[in-house]
Design a protein. Structure first.
Lengths: 115, 114
């Protein structure tokens, strides 16, 4: 079965330190990859996506993510965390060539940035 | 710039009651989706639509129905509510073309069935 794994339920990081939120996937073919962020009582907001090309993609709010085909991973990173980055982060994939626009979501990782 | 609007924000239902969750978008997007979000489970797709008059089942459609009579509106109907339908429901939309993979979400409807 196709799936997306976010192995950490919660990540704690001190403000100003680099952060990484992990995502690995198991889907057929080369997928489209996405990160979304959810703030309390809000819907998900798009951060960034990987479709093709450079393995390092940059997105909103200073976030970036690196696609690693051999490790089937798409980890979210930011060089210097802010308290305002505290939120719930979701990784999602669309299997390329699946003829669908339907996401497969990970279970989410709660990021807590400590002042 | 409203985007995707969901009503109501909160609702408590008794077992066996019915209700409709409303979703409307003003971005002229053809694709619309309904998800439910349960703690620790991520988002599960209930139904989706690729245009007015066209709907299809997602991963967890049982107990729900949808219709899409206009581009703007995509209501989700719960018939005979059950405690297992206690969840947060999100509506989303996406455009056609190269940007179709990016979805825009409403703020959600928190539903409790007691």
């Amino acid at each position: 079965a196709q799936s997306v794994a976010q192995p950490e339920d919660q990540v704690n990081v001190a403000e100003g330190n680099p952060l990484t939120v992990k995502c690995t996937y198991s889907v057929s073919g080369n997928p489209y990859l996405f990160w979304y962020v959810q703030y309390p009582n809000r819907g998900l907001q798009f951060l960034l996506k990987y479709i093709t090309g450079d393995n390092l993609v940059k997105g909103s709010y200073g976030f970036e993510a690196e696609f690693n085909k051999s490790q089937t991973s798409f980890h979210l990173k930011k060089p210097s965390a802010l308290v305002s980055d505290s939120a719930l982060y979701f990784c999602a994939v669309i299997p390329k060539g699946s003829g669908t626009y339907k996401y497969i979501f990970g279970t989410g990782t709660r990021l807590k940035v400590l002042a | 710039n409203a985007g995707v609007t969901q009503t109501p924000k909160f609702r408590i239902l008794k077992i066996g009651q019915s209700m409709t969750l409303q979703c409307t978008q003003d971005m002229n997007h053809n694709y619309m989706y309904w998800y439910r979000q349960d703690p620790g489970m991520g988002l599960k797709l209930i139904y989706y639509s690729v245009g007015a008059g066209i709907t299809d089942k997602g991963e967890v459609p049982n107990g729900y129905n949808v219709s899409r009579s206009t581009t703007e509106d995509f209501p989700l109907r719960l018939e005979l509510a059950a405690p297992s339908q206690t969840s947060v429901y999100f509506c989303a939309s996406s455009p056609t073309g190269l940007a179709k993979n990016i979805q825009y979400f409403g703020a959600g409807t928190r539903l409790s069935v007691l």
